[in-house]
Design a protein around this ligand. Structure first.
Ligand SMILES: CC(C)(COP(=O)(O)OP(=O)(O)OC[C@H]1O[C@@H](n2cnc3c(N)ncnc32)[C@H](O)[C@@H]1OP(=O)(O)O)[C@@H](O)C(=O)NCCC(=O)NCCS
Length: 164
């Protein structure tokens, strides 16, 4: 599965774990700068997460990423609670955004979710125009909004297609 998406390098989703926490945190901080600027909020949880918190999260959830020549360029987390798969922290390296990696990794995570998951949920900021457009294109529908600091969180849901 090398050389997909018109770019050299592997695009096979790899399981990420505690040992990847440092790289995940670096990628996450770089990716979320645009969202912080869009929301005029530099205290977004992904930017404040500590290394210990990232380690704990990666120990307790499922996580996958894409590496290109060893470099981590995308990652995502999935927290399973009964039939619900909560998708979070989908990030793509700034220099690799807009080239299909985010879409590919989200679809991969949906496919790799445990069989008991029948619905996926996620949220994003009300000013995160790009992510919202992507989620809608991939079949997520908005369910509700909740207040968050100086903006809102937009919550999305998607039924698993052809689930187990
Ligand atoms: C959001 C993010 C993960 C998307 O990953 P990506 O690799 O850049 O997105 P893709 O290239 O796979 O795009 C997937 C679809 O979303 C759409 N999309 C992505 N970014 C967009 C933008 N800024 N504006 C409009 N549409 C956008 C694309 O049009 C694409 O649809 P298409 O294939 O029909 O053209 C990435 O931009 C990122 O890391 N952003 C910062 C962190 C973040 O906001 N994460 C999500 C938090 S909930």
């Amino acid at each position: 599965m090398d050389g997909q998406l018109g770019h050299p390098g592997p695009v096979k989703p790899l399981r990420l774990g505690v040992a990847d926490a440092g790289e995940v945190l670096t990628l996450q901080r770089a990716a979320y700068v645009t969202e912080a600027r869009a929301h005029d909020d530099w205290d977004l949880p992904p930017l404040l997460e500590t290394l210990d918190e990232a380690r704990a999260a990666l120990e307790s959830c499922l996580s996958w990423g894409f590496r290109e020549h060893g470099r981590l360029v995308a990652s995502v987390r999935l927290t399973v609670s009964g039939a619900v798969g909560m998708v979070g922290r989908l990030v793509v390296a700034p220099d690799r955004q807009g080239q299909g990696l985010g879409r590919a990794l989200l679809l991969a995570a949906e496919g790799l979710a445990p069989p008991e998951v029948t619905v996926f949920r996620l949220f994003t900021g009300s000013k995160s125009v790009g992510p919202q457009a992507m989620y809608r294109k991939l079949g997520y529908r908005e369910t509700h909004r909740t207040p968050e600091n100086n903006h809102e969180l937009v919550h999305f849901e998607k039924a698993r297609v052809g689930g187990a």
